[in-house]
Design a protein around this ligand. Structure first.
Ligand SMILES: *Cc1c(COP(=O)(O)O)cnc(C)c1O
Length: 436
């Protein structure tokens, strides 16, 4: 069973094998399938054994808010997929975004973030973090390096960006962002939700920390809400000790333990677990970790199919008279095509395509109401094709002008291509286009 050790070995097998086999490794007579350890607590034989766990002198399980064997096995699998050394599961992607930054930022600190961002992350960083005394400067990720550099301050502690932004589908030049972050002595945190480690492993391009909403492709079946934070183990916190006192100076809540000294490359995730998870408690239930693991077992099969179908859908839409514009980095005339070819395995990005219908908001609504196979849901990155019109749903309180400012065109349709047969998806699009 997973023993709750702090550090994992770096990726040794191919991604497909990790998806299927990693994490749970049963011993003699143990269940073949990852068991759901639906238990809050774990038994010990002596008081001293338990005390050693509390002092972080030994790795082991004692209370599920801190660590649970089911959750631990799934975290290990994701760490291996990303090529990281340690990981922690959280109860949502939002919690993962929060933990990834809050683990190294405190009141009075500042960080830099790309403006192409998931709406929930934007609210968290721009509004909620402010209440904690943490400031965020948003930058255009496509701007020249000198321009982005201007956002840095002496109290800047990290840079955050999305591999492929939701819903604007901008592709982050990870190497460029990592270079800027490292020049300023801070780590790059990447939200890799849309690309998944099957298509892109940000650590190979210089990122230091990766987080995901596992609610999306990793689960892939829309059964659980979850998140994960993974550490590459490569950022040298001690070399920038003055910037990261939380990791490099004694923690009063653990008898003066210093994370970088006690845990080396495991310092960041250990602090995240024993301090943030201890105090804030956003753990996934073991049942949800089990469901996530089932999804992960086929991630390597689903991602190429999502991308293949999305490519066909994008190519079909680009030939349609009623389609005003289309955004998919797999199309050769897309702004991010070259970067996607370079940064993603086989040039595959994700299964999400955005486009506009001529005639604006009203015709967009008529169009999505006419879809039959493709369902209207507040979700993306699911095995079932789904569609959302942000101007009528997630951003409905905004006027057309406010929408433009938020980078969401009134006619923008977010189309998440599933793993059905592409011919059936395209037939549904065809019949809906014929009705508007
Ligand atoms: C959905 C999403 C999140 C938030 O995740 P939840 O699991 O819904 O909390 C964060 N980042 C991206 C890119 C997302 O798509």
């Amino acid at each position: 069973m997973c023993r709750g050790s702090v550090l994992y070995s770096r990726q040794v097998m191919k991604a497909s094998t990790i998806c299927v086999q990693s994490g749970w490794q049963p011993g003699k007579g143990e269940p073949r399938v990852l068991p759901i350890y639906q238990s809050t607590t774990f038994r010990y034989e002596t008081s001293d054994q338990m005390a050693r766990l509390f002092d972080l002198e030994e790795a082991g399980f004692f209370y599920t808010r801190l660590q649970n064997p089911t959750n631990e096995c799934v975290a290990k699998k994701i760490a291996e997929l990303e090529g990281g050394v340690a990981a922690i599961l959280t109860s949502s992607g939002q919690a993962a975004s929060f933990y990834s930054v809050f683990n190294i930022c405190e009141a009075g600190d500042h960080f830099v973030c790309t403006s192409a961002l998931y709406g929930g992350t934007y609210n968290l960083f721009a509004v909620t973090f402010k209440k904690f005394g943490i400031d965020c400067t948003f930058v255009d990720q496509d701007a020249p390096e000198e321009e982005i550099q201007k956002a840095f301050r002496p109290n800047t502690k990290c840079v955050f960006g999305e591999t492929i932004s939701n819903p604007s589908l901008q592709v982050l030049d990870i190497e460029k962002m990592a270079r800027i972050a490292h020049k300023n002595g801070v780590p790059l945190i990447v939200d890799n939700t849309f690309a998944t480690p099957i298509n892109c492993r940000p650590f190979e391009h210089g990122a230091d920390i990766v987080m995901h909403s596992t609610t999306k492709y990793m689960d892939g079946h829309a059964t659980q809400v979850g998140g994960v934070v993974v550490d590459s183990g490569k950022f040298d916190w001690a070399a920038h000790a003055d910037k990261f006192p939380g990791l490099t100076t004694p923690d009063a809540s653990y008898h003066g333990l210093v994370y970088t000294e006690a845990f080396g490359a495991g310092a960041y995730i250990t602090k995240c677990t024993v301090q943030l998870m201890r105090d804030l408690g956003s753990i996934p239930s073991p049942m949800n970790a089990f469901l996530l693991n089932l999804g992960l077992e086929t991630l390597h099969l689903r991602m190429p199919r999502h991308c293949e179908n999305a490519q066909k859908v994008a190519e079909f839409l680009s030939t349609q008279e009623d389609v005003a514009w289309i955004n998919y980095a797999g199309l050769p005339d897309n702004k991010y095509y070259e970067l996607a070819q370079k940064q993603f395995d086989g040039g595959r990005t994700c299964g999400v395509v955005t486009f506009g219908i001529k005639g604006g908001r009203e015709r967009a609504i008529k169009f999505i109401d006419s879809l039959k196979l493709c369902a209207i849901v507040t979700h993306v990155a699911d095995a079932r094709t789904c569609v959302l019109h942000p101007a009528s749903h997630t951003h409905r309180q905004l006027t057309d002008q406010q929408l433009e400012e938020a980078g969401v065109k009134p006619d923008l349709i977010r189309f998440s291509v599933g793993i059905e047969d592409a011919e059936d998806i395209i037939a549904d699009l065809k019949q809906a286009l014929a009705q508007i």
